[in-house]
Design a protein around this ligand. Structure first.
Ligand SMILES: Nc1ncnc2c1ncn2[C@@H]1O[C@H](COP(=O)(O)OP(=O)(O)OP(=O)(O)O)[C@@H](O)[C@H]1O
Length: 450
């Protein structure tokens, strides 16, 4: 095509003009470098800006080992980075598929994990406007809701760093023209022409037809994505507010849920599920469950099976249940008071809130232990010592969760609390608020801290 600098608007100006304010103080940037034209262009642009912007630039290549060309890509990235003086992190990953996941999805999970291990504060990816348009359409064709159709944001947080896609408003054709103008060298991905993949089918057979009638379809789909991102954010805010009314520690109360309109019930349930980390439910299955939760007879315990666990109704509340984890006795230091921790080997999260009837902080000073019930334990109450089993039953804890419910012991072997259920009369603070231990069964894997 032979575009010259005069006829080709320099992408670098666009990059500078749209540099996000959020990144103004950041200097360590790591480019996700596949070796394909998009990420080679992105790296070239940032190399050109390196001095002017004072960037500490590096790149990361994830070696999936899936394609016959995988070694060639890795080598190409190595040579390119050597020539441009860019430190390269090359990470080999083993892509193994289990239980219905696609190879691409697992490879992507590995990539994002590797991005999350970057020492840079900003990871930069080369998705462009055509990628975005394809993603929006694919999400619609899969029957996605606002969150899916919102597709990729230009900037978002990922594992404590920024994930930035500065080329998202640039069409593929402009990126390729730039690459030719700069005489860059890249590797073509042979799988990009295989129209057995839905994305490629869209790219090669369907979108050219759409373009002939609607040349601005990319911008319009990008606009739709931005509108959907707003809609999705508003729905999340609504769900947060509704959860405040319905959530009771780790469970969801059916009574306040039933007072919401059906769309708000669905929205809040979906949002709650996303936060639990048990995997997503198909909207049809969730709707059926919602209906059963509201209408099934009191002696029934309707449940919703999820990829990594289940949700069930028990005595007027919805409970999440992750697969049993064989909890082990776990020592925790007093430093966790006021924080939330996910103890290793326990599928749940422990937290402490200050409230009347809570534990005296003095008795927790030397730390404490979480232990699983072995049977016969008793907790001091106003009148005598009550069996732990009875207290769990009275608190409405479902049988399946009682076996995994933690008991809080002091190092000297005294039982002082059943988190979320009761504290010992002997360890209670009498004058003023003390530490009330709370237990949220089921937890987000990302918040695992102990
Ligand atoms: N092997 C890789 N190593 C490092 N970064 C990569 C690799 N593959 C892709 N990337 C980064 O991700 C960008 C998008 O690549 P690609 O379109 O292949 O990914 P995708 O799977 O379609 O998108 P997503 O990452 O959103 O799932 C690339 O331009 C590059 O910045």
């Amino acid at each position: 095509m032979g575009a010259s600098r005069k006829t080709l608007p320099d992408l670098i100006d666009r990059l500078i003009a749209h540099w996000p304010d959020e990144l103004s103080g950041q200097c360590a940037f790591e480019v996700g470098l596949s070796g394909g034209v998009d990420s080679v262009v992105l790296l070239d642009l940032l190399v050109r800006l390196r001095l002017e912007r004072g960037l500490k630039l590096s790149a990361v290549h994830v070696h999936h080992g899936l394609s016959p060309q995988a070694d060639a890509w890795a080598e190409h990235c190595r040579q390119l980075c050597l020539a441009w003086g860019v430190p390269l992190r090359s990470e080999a990953v083993k892509v193994e598929v289990a239980g219905g996941e696609s190879l691409e999805a697992v490879a992507r999970q590995h990539r994002y994990r590797v991005y999350g291990e970057s020492s840079a504060s900003v990871v930069v990816l080369a998705h462009h406007q055509d990628d975005q348009a394809e993603t929006v359409l694919l999400q619609l064709l899969r029957g996605a809701g606002p969150k899916g159709v919102a597709a990729m944001p230009i900037l978002r947080r990922h594992a404590g760093r920024w994930l930035w896609r500065p080329l998202l408003a640039i069409p593929r054709a402009e990126i390729e023209a730039y690459a030719r103008w700069r005489q860059l060298v890249w590797i073509e991905d042979e799988s990009n022409v295989d129209t057995r993949w839905r994305r490629n089918l869209l790219r090669h057979d369907i979108l050219p037809l759409i373009e002939s009638a609607m040349p601005y379809y990319r911008q319009h789909l990008q606009r739709a994505a931005v509108l959907m991102a707003d809609a999705s954010a508003v729905l999340d805010e609504q769900a947060e507010q509704d959860l405040l009314r319905c959530r009771d520690a780790g469970r969801l109360l059916v009574q306040p849920l039933s007072s919401l309109s059906p769309p708000r019930q669905r929205n809040m349930l979906q949002y709650w599920l996303e936060g639990l980390g048990l995997g997503a439910a198909a909207p049809e299955a969730l709707e059926q469950f919602r209906h059963q939760v509201l209408h099934a007879a009191q002696d029934r315990n309707p449940e919703l099976l999820l990829p990594q666990g289940r949700i069930f109704r028990y005595r007027g509340a919805l409970w999440p249940l992750a697969p049993a984890m064989a909890p082990q006795t776990t020592r925790l230091a007093a430093g966790v008071l006021g924080a939330r921790v996910v103890p290793r080997s326990w599928s749940g999260e422990l937290g402490f809130v200050l409230r009347s009837g809570g534990l005296d902080s003095h008795c927790l000073q030397g730390g404490f232990e979480l232990r699983v019930r072995v049977g016969g334990e008793r907790l001091a109450q106003q009148v005598g010592r009550k069996p732990v089993k009875t207290l769990l039953q009275e608190a409405g804890i479902p049988p399946a969760l009682r076996e995994q419910w933690p008991l809080l012991f002091l190092p000297d072997g005294r039982l002082v609390a059943i988190p979320g259920v009761a504290v010992s009369e002997e360890a209670k603070l009498r004058d003023g608020p003390g530490w009330w231990p709370e237990w949220w069964p089921c937890s987000l894997p990302c918040s695992r801290t102990e």
